[in-house]
Design a protein around this ligand. Structure first.
Ligand code: NAI
Length: 258
């Protein structure tokens, strides 16, 4: 699978899954614009892409802000060339029971995970459509296929990504643009690890964060082991190459979901 000469964009590309996807696309030959709310970490990933011999730029973006997203697409095309592949990966999480979930917290997560994917996809389609080529990959989650307790607003935002992806894919299917959702299972990024990550917050009494991390892998995942950012990169490369896969929500979760 070759992406030589293609221009790709990865949001939330400064670390974690986004960094794994950006480097996998670069290994396959793509030049990659790395966009993140935190400009410093975007530069770190851009340096990794350049070390692989590809061109890269680091850009600051807030995916929940329409003007910021518009600038991102314009600057990517000005500096790297026509956009072929876009991975809308930026996302945030919060852990709240339904009794404690506030309207403000609901809006915070929806603004990035659902509205951010909508704004990016819309702006990307606008430049891809006239050229009759584009590959859009929206990062959802297994929480977009199955509900998780205490993650109701996060789950709702990821279900939204999958529904939106399937609907938009049909709108542009005859115009050379594919739109798919990539659903990670459990990946040991900052979202899961550390005191503030899911394994820190979902500890049993007396359990260490490491033990909680291991327990969640074993109890949730049929394969018993977490996935990696590199696993997500492999699927992103495949979806960037595939001509006739569109509207799908494909999980990389070791057998957890349908
Ligand atoms: P992470 O927290 O390590 O990385 C997320 C990145 O998005 C960060 O670099 C952050 O600065 C950036 N970001 C946050 N808000 C932003 C905004 N408004 N605009 C631009 N960038 C923003 O998390 P991770 O794990 O790499 O997650 C990436 C995606 O994968 C997210 O959409 C997440 O929901 C999803 N996911 C992660 C799973 C996991 O097990 N880690 C499982 C399923 C889905």
């Amino acid at each position: 699978m070759q992406l030589t000469g293609k221009t790709a964009l990865v949001t939330g590309g400064g670390r974690g899954i986004g960094q794994g996807i950006a480097t996998a696309l670069a290994k396959a030959g793509a030049n990659v614009a790395v966009a993140d709310l935190e400009g410093d970490i975007a530069r770190d990933t851009a340096a990794r892409v350049e070390a692989l011999g590809r061109r890269s730029i680091a850009l600051r973006v807030d995916v929940s802000d329409p003007a910021s997203v518009q600038r991102l697409i314009e600057e990517t095309e000005d500096r790297l060339g026509p956009l072929d592949i876009a991975v809308n990966n930026a996302g945030i999480i919060g852990i709240h029971s339904i009794a404690e979930l506030t309207a403000a917290e609901w809006d915070r997560v929806m603004a990035v995970n659902a509205k951010g994917v909508f704004l990016c996809t819309q702006a990307e389609i606008a430049v891809m459509r006239p050229r009759r080529f584009g590959r859009i990959i929206n990062v959802a989650s297994i929480a977009g296929k199955v509900g998780f307790p205490d993650l109701s607003h996060y789950s709702a935002s990821k279900f939204a990504v999958i529904g939106f992806t399937n609907a938009v894919a049909k709108e542009v299917a005859a115009e050379g643009v594919t739109v798919n959702a990539l659903c990670p299972g459990i990946v040991g990024t900052g979202m899961w690890r550390g005191e503030e990550g899911l394994s820190g917050r979902w500890r049993q009494e007396g359990e260490s964060e490491q033990a909680s991390w291991e327990r969640h892998q074993k109890t949730l995942l049929p394969q018993g082991v977490a996935q990696t950012p590199e696993d997500m990169g492999q699927l992103a490369v495949y979806l960037s190459c595939a001509d006739h896969v569109t509207g799908q929500a494909i999980a990389v979760d070791g057998g957890f979901s349908l």
